[in-house]
Design a protein around this ligand. Structure first.
Ligand code: SF4
Ligand code: SF4
Length: 274
């Protein structure tokens, strides 16, 4: 994304719209974008109306009014001159947009935003089975963001511990070697609003995996959210809560999936194909 300096009048409306704080008013009192901080989410471009006022008369009017301590200020959701202009993105910068603009679907999954429906759709996908633990590790948030490099070391460590990375996940699609958990080198510096690493493993190593995640993420300069999914027994008890509490987590059930989306009870012979 960039600001057309021939159009911008420096009203600063766009500064507050950017979820990454990437827009600022420069020394020339016009808007600028910090390209490294911009995640190409298009919130500034799509979130503001445009009035297409001419730059020079508008700046002149603002200057005259300022002299009399008055202001010409457009409504806060308007770029008065249509100065915000999307760039033609090239690989790997295209990743910023696909992971940060929820209206752009991922090529690998066809899902928008972070690009995965994760284990919250387990009643339809049946990804996590009995005896397994499914993990989601979300890196970044609006206002913070995350580079893929943040996940690189953890991915390698998890691969050595034998996890199975979810094949239908856009971060897995960015791995040059999925078995080794190796992310492509050319994507590491790309910054996005957030992305979700997703994998499953045998339930017996749940606490080892959690310890490894804790160990790696405390060295990062971003926020990380963790999700864990397991199957309950027929009485509705889950097999990991006591272990989580023993590790110091305040464990509660974020979502109970009743299994009504699609029958997945193989034991009863009612498994349906996707
Ligand atoms: S909203 Fe438009 S005119 Fe105002 S500072 Fe931003 S780019 Fe410039
Ligand atoms: S595209 Fe998004 S991150 Fe980039 S400047 Fe616009 S609002 Fe900010």
């Amino acid at each position: 994304m960039h600001i057309d300096k021939k159009k911008c009048v420096g009203c600063a409306n766009c500064v507050a719209v950017c979820p990454m704080g990437a827009i600022y008013i420069g020394d020339d009192r016009l808007s600028e974008i910090n390209e490294d901080a911009c995640v190409e989410c298009h919130a500034c471009f799509k979130g503001m109306s445009v009035e297409n006022l001419p730059q020079q008369p508008t700046r002149f009017l603002r200057g005259v009014l300022a002299f009399f301590k008055l202001r010409f200020q457009p409504d806060p959701d308007i770029c008065p001159t249509g100065a915000i202009t999307p760039d033609e993105l090239k690989w790997p910068r295209t990743l910023r947009r696909t992971f940060s603009d929820p209206q752009v679907p991922h090529e690998s999954t066809g899902v928008g935003g972070r690009g995965t429906q994760e284990v919250k759709t387990n009643d339809i996908t049946g990804r996590v089975k009995e005896g397994e633990a499914g993990f989601t590790v979300e890196f970044g948030r609006p206002g913070v963001g995350s580079r893929f490099a943040d996940a690189a070391k953890l991915c390698r460590r998890l691969a050595k511990m034998g996890v199975e990375f979810q094949p239908e996940n856009p971060v897995t699609a960015l791995m040059s070697d999925v078995k080794a958990g190796e992310l492509r080198k050319d994507v590491l510096n790309e910054k996005v609003l957030s992305y979700i690493l997703e994998f499953k493993t045998d339930i017996s190593v749940t606490t080892d995996i959690l310890s490894a995640i804790e160990d790696e993420v405390k060295q990062l300069d971003t926020v990380v959210s963790l999700g864990l999914a397991v199957r309950c027994d027929p009485q509705g008890n889950d097999p990991v809560r006591s272990q989580l509490v023993a590790m110091g987590y305040e464990a509660w059930r974020g979502k109970i999936n009743m299994g009504l989306g699609r029958r997945t009870n193989v034991a009863l012979g009612v498994q349906e194909k996707r």
